[in-house]
Write a protein of this length. Structure first.
Length: 395
């Protein structure tokens, strides 16, 4: 994962988990044949993070023996525990730090990747899911009122920060905080919200173990099998199909870009970026397969930094996001709809350009053209449309 080498991970595992019941703290209970915290550590190791700090209760030192982490004893509160880890890391400070609950063992790589990406341009970022259920107030088992859910989110971890900012915020904290977003905001910091996941659940009650065991079982469905020479162990094969569609109007100019290839033409294409209609549609097809929105979500046209940007930036981000989520791109198909310019003479050059951008064999890339039989805006040569599809496979 990008920037993993200058990022430390703090996993908070010092709590006692009283709501779970039973004698052993939830983070040390068995889940799929190993302790919960071992799954949590493995999630970050698999994502490419080598510097992992585990905050534990002093009584749990024996349980933590053998885990590939550095150990720090926690404090009386969660905030005390996190600060102890940050002070430990400050001896050789990283540029960034991710702070994660040990009781979230199924954190998807894509959730981590989105936080890391946000830290490229923000001091702090954290995943969340919007609240979709109706909210009630209640007393003694009786509904006493309702609460609007607009603008409300369910917070998740890992919460990511520039290291110096969160360390200073913890040192200045005068009270305990529910999480590190509260800490950084108390110090005047702004936190960017990234996409969370329903699988990134927190083990809080006994029923949560049942759901987590089911998800783990699904991920193990193809254990011991291979696909195209790749081991399927550790995950359930997932095949996804995404579609993309985009339109750009002609404007003044002497060339245009299509699928990463420059074509001389008496007009250009109008757009906030370089208006590569084929690459935009293909990027959206990949985002669609990943259920990660569209280009506008990741690169808002309202942001002036993307004005005139080369579209390979968008496509490469979609490809990298797919890889971070564990997917391979099996094939892509692009259909360009226009009367002119003629696409066929340029199709192979477009396939080669897309292949270089995506790191994909040209045999897996199709670029073709169609006209609309002189009907509609494309038939009147007012612009170009593109329809694309992408197949993604997670072995």
């Amino acid at each position: 994962m990008r920037n993993a080498e200058n990022t430390a991970v703090v996993i908070v595992a010092a709590g006692r988990g009283s709501r779970m019941g039973g004698g052993m703290p939830k983070q040390w209970r068995q889940l799929g044949g190993k302790p919960v915290v071992a799954h949590t550590v493995a999630a970050f190791q698999d994502a490419g993070f080598a510097r992992i700090c585990l905050v534990i209760h002093p009584e749990d030192a024996g349980l933590a023996a053998g885990l590939p982490v550095s150990l720090v004893h926690g404090g009386a509160t969660r905030s005390d525990s996190v600060r102890a880890a940050l002070e430990h890391l400050a001896q050789d400070p990283p540029a960034r730090v991710l702070i994660h609950d040990a009781a979230r063992p199924l954190v998807p790589r894509a959730v981590i990747a989105e936080v890391m990406k946000a830290l490229d341009t923000h001091t702090a970022a954290a995943p969340a899911l919007p609240v979709t259920d109706a909210l009630w107030r209640g007393t003694d088992g009786v509904v006493t009122g309702t609460q609007a859910r607009d603008g409300l989110f369910r917070a998740q971890t890992p919460q990511g920060f520039r290291f110096d900012a969160i360390l200073c915020a913890h040192r200045a904290l005068a009270h305990d905080a529910a999480d590190d977003v509260e800490v950084i905001r108390a110090a005047g910091g702004e936190v960017w919200i990234t996409q969370g996941s329903d699988e990134n659940l927190k083990l809080t009650y006994p029923i949560d173990f049942t759901r987590t065991e089911r998800i783990l079982a699904e991920r193990q469905t193809f254990k011991g099998q291979t696909f195209n020479g790749q081991a399927l162990e550790g995950s359930k094969m997932d095949i996804r199909l995404g579609n993309g569609f985009d339109v750009h109007a002609f404007t003044e100019g002497d060339h245009l870009w299509l699928c990463g290839h420059k074509i001389a033409h008496e007009r250009g294409l109008l757009g906030h970026s370089d208006a590569d209609v084929g690459m935009h549609a293909l990027t959206d097809a990949i985002y669609g397969a990943l259920a990660q929105g569209d280009i506008g979500r990741h690169f808002p046209p309202s942001d002036p930094q993307w004005k005139g940007a080369a579209s390979h930036i968008f496509l490469r981000h979609a490809v990298e996001l797919a890889a971070d989520m564990g997917y391979r791109i099996a094939n892509v198909d692009v259909t360009l709809i226009c009367e002119r310019p003629k696409i066929t003479p340029h199709a192979d050059a477009m396939r080669a350009a897309l292949g270089e951008i995506m790191g994909l064999e040209i045999e897996r890339i199709s670029v073709k053209a169609s006209t609309s039989e002189r009907l509609g805006f494309t038939g009147r040569e007012e612009g170009i449309a593109a329809i694309t599809s992408a197949t993604l496979v997670k072995p």
